[in-house]
Design a protein around this ligand. Structure first.
Ligand code: ADP
Length: 785
């Protein structure tokens, strides 16, 4: 389907189609690749960004807590602690430092206050002795830092932070869980919420190395995690959660401090993003794309040895924000691609049109040349392949022009020659004294010579390309029935056919002339029949002379018959009355007279019959008769000859033979002639066969002998009047050569056929076919004898 459509396109359209397809594929795949790559890049870029954000936040926490730890240890190393320890050991006075317990206490309070002021990390600094009793304490109250009076100092020996840190040892720091600050007794969560993480470290007696209490600082969560530090990246949110996942830092304040030990809101990062729990359990640091978010996370351990507190920092960015920008980029890319394609398309179109212009000229030129006009010259300046083709085209048309004019001259010359030839032929044909016309296979007249015009009265133009039998009427002279069989037989058999005797031609003016001659096949070089040539001439004069001759013969024979019959009778009577007086020689003489007279009678009878046939005035009187009976009659008539020559006769009369409607006399003449000849021309002791049968709805009379046969070279003359073959003349003088002529004439006139086969010295077979309908009645002036 696509192929068929493609095949129908012009070259230009094909090139545009191919280029456009290639461009689409190339641009499409490039864009797809670029988009794929940029998509991944964008994601990893964002992940990097988040990780970077995270690490900076992570750093802030680590640095801050490190600072806190350092300052705590530094505070614990300050002299007042050892002064207080020494004073406590020596009833409230430190001999070494020269100061009382109270003085050292005040100095420590001063250090606490200055530390709290300078760092702003602490909301409370305390020294608790080894029994859990608060010894020195400074609280942040509003914007001030106030030492707590003696009576307000409390026993904290039951607190976790005390128990956990009292035995830690030198320079170790304990960090408590981060919780909301509580005030009062019983403690109540103070408002506004303040997240607090306790840092504590043991206080060691430098002289005994005994632990003499702890230094503990309540560090404000806000001082470690400052909101502003955690909003560096616009699209990301940072959370800080404790080990259980409860938020301590969240943009939404209502979600903060949801731990069960505090407000118990239940807000928890692992509830909001359930899959995160497993992810963060795996490693200390990392990033992960989960469903619609990109996460970067990091665990922070607080404290330097007793790592009781761990925070999880999570930076989250909704991935749809990234994809939105990717989609925007995709749309832009596609639009850019499409506009590039459109521009490319027009560029292709324009350049291909320009490129193919010479090709189009070439096509048009070829079409013009195809119409036989060779003047077309292509103007081309291009030096490419098409330009070369155009130059070749111009050369070709030039050559064609030359060839064409030579060819034209040759054709004209040849035509002239052919015309001369034709004129010659026509002149010959026109000057022939016989009428000649030619018909094609469709029976149309295609040639009609001058004599034909003279004989028929039709001008050439009146008959050419007309059906021959529509204009030219060949009829039987007697019956006037039209007869074209001799022409049609040529079409059927491809052999020369003679015009039947007594054929007349009806002229244009209605007059009749007697014509004769033949029709012959016209064949092409391969021997294929392409028409028929009919030659005819006016034989009216010959026929009149013939007729006069025949009439004379008829008259003469008739006149001869009477005296010959008289001689026969008289001689017989003379012989009968005088035979007892005659000697054998005289008897032989009389017999010779009788024999010769009989020959004369036979000859005269034959001549009479022939003349009657030629004049065409004999009658035909059909009646129901039996051919077998007639044959038997003839056999008995010639019995004497059969016996004399000891001829064996074989008869074969078919059962299927039915009676025939025929003129008995004519049938007898046919059978008698054939049988007489067979006996006559067969040597003594020979064999003659007579078969009567019905074949293909025809009566068949077949007479065969094993006699002397007919010489090959004379066969064609066998049915001619008065013809006798060479081999019989010496053998038998008793013949006149009229028998077969008579037989053939009768058979033709009653619509039958006669044929023969013969081999000299082997024998002869004559076959007569009579139509099943028998003979048609004809009234005539005479009968045949
Ligand atoms: P005729 O027998 O009187 O000579 P036909 O007209 O009967 O005349 O025969 C013509 C010629 O045909 C004969 O002279 C003979 O040469 C030849 N012919 C006819 N019939 C036979 C035959 N059966 N065998 C050999 N030749 C024959």
């Amino acid at each position: 389907m696509i192929k068929k459509y493609f095949d129908n396109l012009s070259i230009g359209a094909k090139i545009v189609a191919i280029s456009a397809t290639l461009s689409v594929v190339f641009l499409g795949s490039s864009f797809a690749y670029i988009l794929g790559v940029s998509r991944n890049d964008l994601i990893s870029l964002n992940v990097d960004l988040l990780e970077y954000e995270l690490s900076s936040e992570d750093d802030v926490i680590r640095v801050t807590t490190k600072d806190i730890e350092k300052s705590l240890l530094a505070i614990s190393e300050t002299p007042p602690f050892q002064g207080i320890i020494r004073a406590n050991k020596n009833n409230g006075y430190d001999v070494e430092g020269g100061s009382s317990y109270e003085q050292w206490k005040q100095r420590l309070e001063t250090i606490f206050i200055s530390q709290m002021k300078s760092t702003n990390n602490y909301m409370q600094l305390r020294y608790i002795d080894e029994n859990g009793k608060e010894m020195v304490r400074v609280d942040e109250v509003g914007s001030e830092f106030l030492p707590v009076s003696e009576e307000n100092l409390q026993d904290k020996s039951d607190r976790d932070y005390f128990k956990s840190s009292i035995n830690l040892g030198y320079q170790n720091i304990y960090v408590s869980k981060t919780e909301l600050n509580r005030e009062g007794n019983p403690p109540v969560i103070s408002q506004p919420y303040i997240g607090v993480t306790r840092y504590s470290t043991p206080v060691i007696d430098e002289t005994t190395n005994e632990t003499k209490g702890i230094l503990i600082a309540n560090v404000k969560f806000d001082s470690i995690i400052k909101d502003n530090d955690f909003t560096a990246y616009d699209n990301a949110e940072t959370y800080v959660v404790n080990q259980e996942g409860f938020y301590m830092l969240h943009d939404d304040f209502s979600k903060r401090w949801g731990g069960p030990s505090d407000l118990n809101t239940g807000e928890n990062i692992f509830l909001d993003y359930p899959m995160l729990k497993e992810v963060v359990a795996d490693s200390v640091r990392g990033s992960k794309i989960l469903e619609d978010n990109i996460f970067a996370y990091s665990w922070v351990d607080l404290g330097n040895i007793y790592k009781s507190e761990k925070w999880l920092i999570v930076v989250r960015m909704p991935s749809n924000l990234i994809f939105e920008s990717i989609n925007k980029a995709t749309l832009l890319t596609i639009m850019f691609g499409l506009s590039t394609l459109i521009v490319l398309f027009f560029v292709y179109l324009f350049s291909i049109k320009k490129l193919l212009r010479p090709l189009k000229d070439l096509t048009e030129g070829a079409e013009i040349v195809g119409k036989g006009i060779f003047d077309k010259k292509l103007n081309t300046t291009s030096k490419d392949e098409i330009g070369k083709v155009a130059i070749a085209f111009n050369k070709m048309t030039e050559r064609l022009r030359g060839l064409y004019s030579t060819l034209d001259k040759r054709v004209k010359k040849r035509t002239q020659e052919l015309n001369n030839e034709k004129n010659k032929m026509e002149t010959i044909l026109e000057s022939i004294g016989d009428g000649v016309f030619v018909i094609d296979k469709n029976r149309n007249i295609i040639l009609f010579n001058h004599t034909s015009s003279n004989l028929t009265g039709y001008r050439k133009e009146e008959v050419l390309n007309k059906k021959y039998n529509d204009v030219l009427k060949f009829v039987d002279a007697e019956s006037k029935t039209e007869n074209y069989e001799f022409i049609e037989n040529v079409f059927k058999e491809g052999k020369v056919c003679s015009m039947p005797q007594n054929t007349n031609l009806i002229m244009k003016n209605g007059a009749e002339i007697s014509v004769a001659d033949s029709a012959a096949p016209l064949k092409d070089k391969k021997g294929k029949l392409i028409g028929v040539v009919v030659v005819f001439r006016d034989v009216s004069v010959e026929r009149q002379i013939d007729k006069a001759k025949t009439e004379f013969v008829s008259l003469a024979s008739h006149q001869l018959r009477t005296p010959l019959t008289a001689i026969k009778w008289d001689t017989e009577m003379l012989y009968e009355s005088t035979k007892h007086l005659l000697n054998p020689d005289q008897i032989e003489l009389i017999n010779d007279v009788l024999f010769s007279n009989q020959r004369m009678i036979d000859l005269v009878n034959s001549l009479l019959n022939v003349s009657r046939i030629d004049l065409g005035n004999f009658s035909i009187n059909p009646e129901e008769c039996d051919i077998e009976e007639i044959a038997e009659g003839v056999l008995s008539d010639i019995r004497k000859q059969i016996v004399d020559k000891s001829i064996k006769i074989s008869k074969n009369y078919s059962d299927k033979l039915v009676r025939i409607n025929a003129d008995k006399n004519l049938l007898r003449i046919i059978i008698q002639n054939l049988l007489t000849n067979a006996v006559k021309y067969t040597k003594v002791g020979g064999h003659v066969w007579i078969d009567l049968s019905m074949e293909n709805n025809k009566y068949i009379i077949r007479v065969r002998d094993n006699g002397i046969g007919i010489p090959e070279r004379q066969k064609y003359k066998i049915f001619k009047k008065l013809f006798r073959a060479d081999n019989v003349i010496s053998l038998d003088t008793d013949g006149n050569g009229l028998g077969l002529y008579l037989v053939k004439s009768i058979i033709e006139q009653i619509g039958g056929k006669i044929s023969f086969e013969s081999i000299e010295n082997e024998g002869t077979t004559f076959v007569v076919e009579l139509p099943k309908t028998g003979m048609k009645r004809r009234d005539g002036t005479r009968k045949l004898d």
